[in-house]
Design a binder for this molecule. Structure first.
Ligand SMILES: [Zn+2]
Ligand SMILES: [Zn+2]
Length: 319
């Protein structure tokens, strides 16, 4: 399905089968003699078929189409090889390009997960959609960083680095039209997954700073990577900050029972999923939940509100 959401900006809904997000929004911006695509869908036949139907409807020539990828997750980057005719550029932040090119990424994440008490990380990694539906081949990426611009048609988009959801996540902002393509940084009705699995540091702290960064921009409409357009960015930013504040409070209350691993904390947090018992969660859901719990624990530790300790190859958190 294709909808013109702004002058010369088209939203394509690309289905994500058996995925709680249901679909990804890919966008096309019409220029004078080229198109700019923003995000692609996963590398799986259902996505490619929907994408090809939308491209046909708009009579898009892929030889004259470049692609900006907001971040390295497979639902956003998966089709870059399939859609590239060799005459297009694919733009990506170098931090996310390095993650996706790391040949040890999944073994490193599995080892980290084991440290945090996850019982069978190899199985979780095997089933992970980020690994299964990534692009084929070895696509070439053109690096873009904070402040770089992409002029296309009546728009001049500026890159805004918004680390948190991934270290190299970037939004695209046009100050004149006051619109922002937010990728997975700001979503309506679902909260972007902030995981502690990848890359160390304090991803939740970075994410909260990136929310404040966007709040300081004059934006009248957010065009997100999933679900609905967001006409009131400050309301949604406020809700997301409140959500994480409440989740950190929940983690602190769980730690009142004593020292625990991130996996144990996750198993005691409340999750919005159709499974009454933690034991019945499908393994990918356990993986996302534990990564999410860990990002809250790491931020609490960074800001001095809880303590982190390592003992016999395991990481524990306590008040
Ligand atoms: Zn994502
Ligand atoms: Zn996404």
């Amino acid at each position: 399905m294709v909808t013109e959401v702004f002058d010369d900006i088209y939203q394509m809904e690309i289905p994500l089968p058996r995925n709680p997000l249901r679909a990804i929004n890919s966008y096309l911006v019409r220029g004078r003699d080229r198109w700019l695509m923003i995000d692609t869908g996963m590398n799986r036949p259902e996505c490619l078929e929907a994408m090809r139907a939308s491209l046909k409807e708009l009579a898009v020539d892929l030889d004259r189409t470049d692609c900006f990828v907001t971040h390295c997750h497979s639902d956003h980057i998966g089709l870059v090889s399939e859609l590239n005719t060799g005459k297009s550029k694919v733009f990506l932040n170098p931090l996310d390009a390095a993650i996706i090119r790391n040949p040890n990424l999944w073994t490193e994440m599995a080892a980290e997960a084991r440290t945090h008490g996850f019982p069978n990380p190899d199985r979780a990694v095997e089933k992970h959609p980020g690994r299964r539906y990534l692009f084929s081949g070895d696509p070439e990426f053109v690096s873009l960083r904070e402040g770089d611009t992409l002029p296309i048609g009546k728009y001049v988009f500026r890159c805004v680095e918004t680390p948190g959801h991934t270290p190299g996540h970037m939004c695209l902002y046009d100050p004149e039209a006051r619109i922002l393509f937010s990728g997975d940084h700001i979503l309506d009705t679902v909260t972007p997954n902030i995981t502690g699995w990848c890359c160390g540091g304090d991803p939740l702290g970075e994410f909260l700073e990136s929310l404040d960064k966007i709040a300081a921009h004059d934006v009248r409409m957010i065009l997100p990577g999933h679900r609905n357009l967001i006409p009131d960015p400050l309301r949604r930013i406020g809700e997301l900050k409140e959500h994480h504040r409440a989740r950190m409070q929940e983690a602190i209350e769980i730690l009142a029972a004593g020292e625990q691993t991130a996996y144990q904390v996750a198993s005691r947090m409340a999750w919005n999923i159709d499974c009454p018992r933690w034991e019945d969660f499908p393994i990918p859901q356990k993986w996302f939940a534990t990564g999410e719990a860990l990002s809250h624990l790491l931020h609490l530790e960074r800001t001095g509100r809880i303590q982190g300790k390592r003992r016999e190859g395991k990481a524990f958190f306590s008040l």
